[in-house]
Design a protein around this ligand. Structure first.
Ligand code: AMP
Ligand code: MG
Length: 319
């Protein structure tokens, strides 16, 4: 019997993505509790529906502070800190730009440069006032909008992992569409996680890595985009210009303990580009990354917690 014979897979579509749960036992009730938990969490963070804790903050922009729950407050506080790092690509107040572009949604268009300029004025992370004692969040200017879309899945993947651990499930995998979090290992090698081939068929893989007790997060410009007049506009925006960030990268994958770290670092490293990232990661023992470039090259920052097996020979594995 191969390890995979003992795996039970459960799937659902939530947060606009296919969600996959793998367990080593047949347990429908556990699976539905996991999916319910994901839905609950999504209802807290979403900005794609009128009501959520985050939307309550956004609706009160320019008017008054809003008290939020402890986990939401902590996530917003972390998002602000990461947004204020030097040269950070990550900006949790990017909402007005995301809403204007509508990339990946009906009604997308390329905004006029002057529109982008005026929206950029509403995306200063310093204009979000946090009050620890009141646990409140205040967006100082009308029209400001928090968007946690880049990190909500990572946060939720960790919530699911913690839930499974509390339920004494030693082995499992949750895939939230781009964010994978694993418990234990599947077989001796660990869980095999495929890396998608950019701009190819859904099931086309560049390669596979094996990990145990780790999160694997990928952020790529092929995930959500539209094309107009021969140009491609993808969903990771440069908070300095308001346009999709244009550099040598197609995707960044981060291997880390917590999926929230993976989500934060994929965005930060994407903004740094390959060379700077490799230098930066030398000092970070708990984060590893795989970069895929438009030149069809794959570069791993290190191989402490995973090996990479190349499956597509049109790409070149550099290290
Ligand atoms: P991900 O798929 O995890 O890379 O996250 C992409 C999502 O994050 C987008 O759909 C936006 O909602 C949001 N986003 C886009 N650009 C940025 C940015 N520069 N900083 C933070 N969030 C962003
Ligand atoms: Mg992300």
């Amino acid at each position: 019997m191969t390890p995979d014979d003992r795996i039970y897979a459960y799937s659902a579509v939530l947060m606009g993505s296919p969600i996959l749960l793998k367990l080593f036992e047949h347990n429908e009730s556990l699976a539905s509790r996991v999916f319910r938990l994901i839905k609950q969490q999504e209802n807290i963070f979403t900005v794609n529906r009128p009501h959520s804790e985050v939307m309550a903050v956004n609706h009160a922009a320019g008017s008054h502070p809003v008290e939020v729950s402890q986990p939401v407050y902590e996530l917003i506080k972390r998002a602000k800190a990461v947004s204020l790092l030097n040269d950070s690509l990550f900006n949790f107040t990017i909402g007005p730009l995301v809403k204007r572009w509508k990339i990946g949604f009906n009604g997308h268009s390329v905004p006029a440069a002057s529109d982008l300029q005026s929206l950029l004025a509403l995306t200063n992370p310093r204009d979000v006032i946090l009050d620890d004692a009141a646990r409140s969040v205040f967006l100082q200017h009308a029209g400001m909008e928090i968007d946690l879309g880049a990190i909500a899945k990572g946060y939720i993947a960790d919530v699911v992992r913690d839930f499974l651990l509390a339920e004494q499930v030693p082995q499992g995998l949750i895939n939230l569409g781009g964010n994978v979090q694993t418990l234990g290992a599947s077989g001796q090698e660990g869980w095999g996680i495929g890396l998608k081939k950019p701009f190819a068929a859904e099931d086309a893989l560049l390669g596979v890595i094996h990990v145990s007790n780790k999160s694997v997060v990928t952020s790529g410009i092929y995930e959500r985009y539209f094309e107009l007049d021969g140009r491609r506009y993808h969903h990771i925006l440069d908070p300095k210009t308001g346009y999709p960030l244009d550099n040598e990268l197609q995707s960044v994958t981060v291997i880390s303990e917590d999926s929230i770290d993976g989500d934060i670092y994929t965005t930060l490293l994407y903004g740094m580009g390959v060379e700077k990232s490799l230098e930066y990661l030398q000092d970070l023992a708990h984060i590893e990354a795989i970069f895929v470039t438009k030149q069809q090259q794959i570069i791993c920052s290190s191989h402490r917690q995973f090996g990479f097996t190349l499956l597509d020979n049109s790409y070149q594995l550099l290290r």
